[in-house]
Ligand binder design. Structure first.
Ligand SMILES: [Zn+2]
Length: 155
């Protein structure tokens, strides 16, 4: 039988929000906090994509969050930068972005902004990701905002 010695090593995976070090678990940031920031980062990348800006650095993302979103205006720079490291890893794993050189990235594919018809959540997905709502997994997604109103309001 193999003996696993996970407590002896420094273990960390980007999809985990904690560190196991010498048998102790250190929580880094809550999953909700990470998910929320990831959403804002995708929103920012979507807007950048539409302005033909596909390349960026990790630090420029942190600055963009502080400057463009009220939600993060008073955030701690260090805290935001730490979370951004996790998010960048997540986005690389999702193949939304790819690293071109140290801490420089580019969008790997077109990002679409889609709204779920069931729960109204807005998701940002790249072309080869399954078309499912990130909140309720429904496959009824439509482009947001709708380009042509298929259901005109009755006068
Ligand atoms: Zn949904």
């Amino acid at each position: 039988m193999q003996k696993e010695e996970i407590s002896m090593t420094f273990l960390w995976k980007p999809e985990w929000n904690f560190i196991i070090y010498k048998g102790f678990i250190f929580l880094l940031h809550s999953k909700i906090e990470i998910k929320e920031l990831e959403w804002y980062v995708c929103d920012h990348l979507f807007r950048q994509y539409n302005q033909d800006k596909r390349q960026f650095e990790k630090e420029s993302l942190v600055k963009a969050m502080l400057n463009s979103y009220l939600r993060y205006r008073n955030s701690n720079l260090h805290h935001l930068s730490e979370m951004m490291t996790v998010i960048v890893e997540n986005l690389v794993a999702r193949r939304v972005i790819k690293e071109i050189k140290n801490n420089s990235f580019e969008l790997a594919s077109r990002l679409s902004r889609l709204q779920c018809s069931k729960c109204f959540y807005i998701c940002y997905l790249i072309d080869n990701e399954p078309r499912n709502c990130s909140r309720c997994t429904s496959s009824e997604l439509h482009v947001f905002p709708r380009k042509n109103n298929k259901y005109p309001v009755k006068k």
